[in-house]
Design a protein. Structure first.
Length: 503
């Protein structure tokens, strides 16, 4: 399979194909946040308990986060277009089931099915983009557009969920996916070039598939359940140990398999590995802003669902303007690191600004500056990280690399949110037990979470500064350097030469 076989014929066709892929991604991303503002209505209508209600979100996250890596690799093997279309079909059908659900069991099962379809669709999109846009300047711009959709979609979902829930009812946050999904599938068949894949014989590793899927799904299940059970509980520790054991067994299996499902060579690149680690830290901190920030606006300031969505619009606008216009130019001219470091610094500053939230906040003074810093920072950081994370992927492994990028996002986000939400809740409970007013106790709990999130972002910034080297600086080797370091040096040199030519 050559790159030419998977790339649309003209530049116009490529950009039309990008729009189709981004619409598919937007539909997936919206469903990770659009449900949040509708949860009270769902709880009242279907008589969920507080514990049961969490599974409306968790069922989706477990399937989505657990299957991304497997879906990305299967896309390489059977064809990424085929995987994208199959995922759209599953996701759209599951959305219909969610929309017509009249019982708790049907809704939770349909959400799990939605997560499967979402993973199949999202896992291959970034790999298709880097294959369609091999030239550095076009690739940077395309990844910028994709980054806007992938990151700003979360805040758009809050607004859309509020509007649909209040204007009609909660069923429509799912039913709205039907016309979008059908139209996207029809357009995808027309504009996405067919790619046969490299063949199942190149990686039909059933044992590896079972191990990695089991490890990731159990890890996400453990993370999302730890907030209720406790991080030091026997249940949490046992499940975490089993998940780690499955992951270790998977790594051993892949080292020995003749045709591994996930070739471990993808982790040899220092740039790829570091970019994914930084992304996990960044998303862990940023997700707290969407979830806990929305709770603060509703429970402390009394915002309704639509007001919450409007309050987060500066984040979406900041990401849109910067990721589509400014970040690609910086990445092409100076490399991904040059855009990433100031982006992470701005995000950390925005979270630190949130940490000073008062009990009676003014939006213009206490919220808007933080929203703007987070939007601009994310607009710089997401395209840079995606470019760096995909920089070492070959055409045969681009689906796997794309799945890995999405996996680190989901696992990092789930872990960060579970930890920060638990700490925030514990702090609030302690203050309420001491007799503090509810509003003050809630606000103090959110402040603690934002303070820790700031530290997580600063850790990501330190890792990026230390592990991601400037594209223009040749990597010095020594006698102790490994083959991975040599591969990274070649990748950096090739990237720098291409970037200079494009600039």
């Amino acid at each position: 399979m050559t790159a030419a076989q998977t790339v649309p014929d003209s530049a116009r066709d490529r950009w039309v194909a990008l729009v189709v892929l981004c619409v598919g991604m937007l539909m997936i991303i919206l469903d990770t946040t659009i449900v949040n503002v509708a949860l009270p209505s769902i709880q009242d209508d279907l008589q969920f308990s507080q514990t049961g209600l969490a599974w409306v979100v968790n069922a989706y996250l477990i399937a989505f986060g657990g299957l991304l890596l497997l879906a990305g690799r299967l896309g390489d093997l059977i064809g990424r277009r085929r995987m994208f279309l199959a995922g759209l079909t599953v996701f759209t059908a599951a959305s219909l089931l969610c929309g017509i659900a009249q019982t708790q069991e049907v809704l939770v099962a349909a959400r799990f099915l939605q997560g499967i379809g979402g993973a199949m669709t999202a896992a291959v999109i970034l790999g298709m983009i880097v294959t369609m846009f091999p030239e550095p300047a076009e690739q940077a711009k395309a990844i910028g557009v994709f980054s806007f959709v992938a990151s700003a979609g979360a805040s758009i979902g809050l607004l859309a969920g509020g509007v649909l829930t209040e204007a009609i009812n909660w069923h429509w946050i799912f039913l709205v996916n039907l016309p979008i999904g059908v139209a996207t599938a029809v357009m995808a068949r027309r504009v996405l070039a067919a790619d046969p894949g490299i063949g199942l014989h190149r990686g039909a590793d059933a044992s590896g598939a079972v191990l990695v899927t089991g490890a990731l799904m159990l890890a996400v299940y453990t993370i999302v359940g730890a907030a209720e059970e406790g991080w030091a509980s026997t249940r949490t520790l046992v499940l975490a140990a089993v998940a780690v054991a499955l992951l270790v067994a998977f790594v051993i299996r892949e080292q020995r398999a003749a045709n591994p499902l996930v070739p471990l060579r993808i982790f040899r690149s220092r740039t790829v590995s570091a970019a994914n680690a930084v992304q996990a830290l960044m998303v862990a901190g940023m997700f707290s802003m969407f979830f806990l920030g929305a709770l603060y606006l509703q429970r402390v300031l009394g915002y309704d669902a639509i007001d919450v969505g409007l309050a987060f619009l500066p984040v979406a606008l900041g990401i849109g303007v910067v990721s589509a216009g400014i970040a690609p130019r910086l990445i092409v001219r100076y490399g991904g690191r040059a855009a990433l470091l100031p982006g992470l610094a701005l995000m950390a500053a925005g979270l630190a600004y949130f940490q000073r939230l008062p009990l009676d906040a003014s939006y213009a003074v206490d919220l808007f500056p933080a929203m703007l810093m987070l939007g601009v920072g994310a607009g710089l950081s997401f395209p840079a990280l995606m470019t760096l994370a995909m920089s070492g992927a070959t055409p045969e492994d681009s689906g796997l690399a794309s799945g890995l990028v999405n996996t680190t996002q989901q696992v990092g986000g789930a872990l960060g949110l579970a930890v920060l939400a638990t700490l925030s809740t514990t702090r609030t409970a302690d203050l309420l037990a001491q007799g503090d007013p509810t509003g003050a106790a809630l606000t103090d709990g959110y402040r603690l979470a934002f303070l820790i999130a700031t530290g997580i972002l600063l850790a990501g910034l330190a890792l990026a500064a230390a592990a991601l080297r400037p594209a223009a600086v040749a990597l010095a080797g020594d006698a102790a350097s490994s083959a991975a370091t040599a591969d990274d040096q070649s990748a950096h040199e090739r990237e720098h030469e291409r970037l200079k030519a494009a600039a």
